[in-house]
Ligand binder design. Structure first.
Ligand code: S3P
Length: 170
C-alpha cells in the first residue's frame, strides 16, 4: 500500500511527503522529480518550454503508472495529475489518496514569486485552474486535510492519525 498526496500547487505536498517518509520509513517519490529524470531536461520549467504542457502530461502519466506498481512509497503528485483519469485509476490501485486542501489565498501567499511553477505565473489564471480542480481533488480523496493553519509536520501527523484509523477499520 502506498500513500498518494494530491492538491494544488503550494498545498505542501513535497514537505509533508518528506516528513511522512521519515515517520513511516517509506521512500518518497515526487512525480515532478521522476518526470525530470524521465526527460532530457533539468527543470519543470524547461520541460514546459520545450515540449509544452502536453509533453509534460504524457511523461506524468507514464511516471504515475510506473510508481503505482511499487509498494510502500509516498507519492507526491503534481497539482495537475488529478485531471487525467488514467493517473487516478492507476493511483487508486494501490494507494490511499489524501487531499491537502488549501484556500486559494493561502496558496497564493505560499507560491508567490516561484518562477519554477509555469502554471502559477498569472494568479488570475491559477485561480481559474484552482476552481476547476477543487471538485476533482475532493472527488478522488479518501481523506482530506485542511492545511491553511498547519505546518507540514502537523499535516503529516493528521495523516498518520487517519491512516491508523484506516488500518484498524480493516
Ligand atoms: C502543476 C504542478 C506542479 C508541476 C507542474 C504542473 C500543475 O507541481 O507538476 O508545474 O498543473 O498544477 P506542484 O503541485 O508540486 O507545484
Amino acid at each position: 500500500m502506498n500513500l498518494a498526496l494530491i492538491g494544488f500547487m503550494g498545498a505542501g505536498k513535497t514537505e509533508t511527503a518528506k516528513i511522512l517518509g521519515e515517520i513511516l520509513d517509506y521512500q518518497i517519490k515526487e512525480t515532478d522529480e521522476e518526470i525530470i529524470k524521465a526527460s532530457e531536461f533539468e527543470t519543470i520549467k524547461e520541460i514546459f518550454n520545450h515540449i509544452k504542457e502536453l509533453g509534460f502530461r504524457k511523461l506524468e502519466t507514464r511516471v504515475i503508472e510506473q510508481l503505482s506498481d511499487q509498494n510502500q512509497i509516498i507519492i507526491s503528485t503534481g497539482g495537475g495529475a488529478v485531471m487525467n483519469q488514467i493517473n487516478m485509476l492507476n493511483l487508486n490501485k494501490n494507494s490511499i489518496i489524501i487531499y491537502l486542501k488549501t484556500e486559494f489565498e493561502t496558496l497564493k501567499k505560499r507560491v508567490a514569486q516561484d518562477y519554477e511553477r509555469p502554471l502559477f505565473q498569472d494568479p488570475n489564471k491559477a485561480k481559474k485552474l484552482f476552481k476547476l480542480r477543487e471538485p476533482v481533488y475532493e472527488y478522488y480523496a479518501q481523506y482530506i486535510i485542511k492545511t491553511d493553519d498547519l505546518v507540514p509536520k502537523q499535516v503529516a501527523e493528521q495523516i498518520i492519525k487517519k491512516i491508523k484509523a484506516h488500518v484498524s477499520d480493516k
